[in-house]
Design a protein around this ligand. Structure first.
Ligand code: SF4
Length: 233
C-alpha cells in the first residue's frame, strides 16, 4: 500500500502507478511510470517562461504554514542552460534570510563537491523541491510537496539538464522512492518527466555533522562524472 506522502505526490504528478525497470548495465535502478508518455504539467500547458515562473513563485501562498513562517520564497539560482541541476529539499534558515541556496558552510562544501566532479557553481542550476522554509526546518508535509512540485518540474523542463544531482531527502521526494536516501545512492535513477538521469548523494549540511561519509560522497561524484560524460556525448 502507498503511504499518504507517496500518494499525494503521485496525484500531483498525474501518475498512478510506479514499476521498477529491470537492471541495466550501469547500476541503474530507474523508477518509471507504466504510462506511455509523462503527463503534461499545468506549468508546461501554460508555457511559463523563467520570468513568469519566478513571478508566480514570488507571490505564491499555497502553503499557509510556510507563508506564515517564511521571510521570502527562494526560487533557485544558476545557469538556465546548465548541464547539471542540483536539487535539495527546502531552504534552510540562511537561505530564507539571504534568498540564495546552499549558502554558509554547507554551501562551501557543495562548491568543493562540484569542483571534484568538474563543475563550478556558475555552470550549474540550484533548486529545491519546495521554495519556502518550513518552520523550525521540519520536513515539508506531503501537501506542501504536492503544492510546490510543479514549480520545480517547470524549472527542470526549462533547464533540461543532462543530469540531476539530488542531495539528501530531496532524492526521496524527487524520485518518490519508498527507500531513504542512503539505499538510493550508487544507482542511476531517472526523473521520468524529462527522462533525466538522477544521481543521489548526501546533503552537504549532513556531511558537516558526519564527515566520515565524505568517502561515500566521493563515490557518488565519480558516478556523476561518468553519467554526465555519457549524457553530453
Ligand atoms: Fe507556494 Fe511552494 Fe511556498 Fe508552498 S512552498 S507557498 S507552493 S512557493
Amino acid at each position: 500500500m502507498m503511504d499518504a506522502r507517496r500518494q499525494a505526490y503521485l496525484d500531483a504528478m498525474g501518475i498512478r502507478v510506479w514499476v521498477r525497470r529491470q537492471s541495466a548495465p550501469e547500476p541503474e535502478s530507474a523508477f518509471v511510470s507504466d504510462e506511455q508518455a509523462p503527463p503534461v504539467s499545468d506549468f508546461e500547458r501554460m508555457a511559463l517562461d523563467w520570468d513568469e515562473l519566478a513571478a508566480r513563485v514570488g507571490v505564491c501562498e499555497r502553503c499557509p504554514q510556510l507563508v506564515a513562517s517564511r521571510t521570502r520564497t527562494v526560487f533557485g539560482v544558476g545557469s538556465h542552460k546548465a548541464d547539471l541541476m542540483v536539487i535539495g529539499e527546502a531552504p534552510g534558515a540562511d537561505e530564507d534570510h539571504q534568498g540564495q541556496l546552499f549558502v554558509g558552510d554547507s554551501g562551501k562544501l557543495l562548491d568543493k563537491m562540484l569542483r571534484a566532479a568538474g563543475f563550478s557553481r556558475r555552470t550549474v542550476y540550484l533548486a529545491t523541491i519546495v521554495k519556502c522554509r518550513p518552520p523550525d526546518d521540519r520536513d515539508p508535509e506531503p501537501d506542501e510537496l504536492s503544492a510546490c512540485v510543479g514549480y520545480l518540474r517547470r524549472q527542470i523542463e526549462l533547464v533540461n539538464p543532462g543530469v540531476i544531482l539530488a542531495v539528501g531527502t530531496a532524492a526521496e521526494s524527487l524520485l518518490e522512492a519508498d527507500r531513504p536516501t542512503g539505499p538510493l545512492r550508487g544507482d542511476v535513477h531517472r526523473y521520468l518527466v524529462t527522462d533525466t538521469p538522477v544521481i543521489v548523494t548526501h546533503n552537504p549540511a549532513h556531511l558537516l555533522c558526519s564527515p566520515a561519509e565524505k568517502r561515500e560522497v566521493w563515490d557518488d561524484l565519480r558516478l556523476l562524472k561518468r553519467v554526465y560524460g555519457r549524457a553530453i556525448t
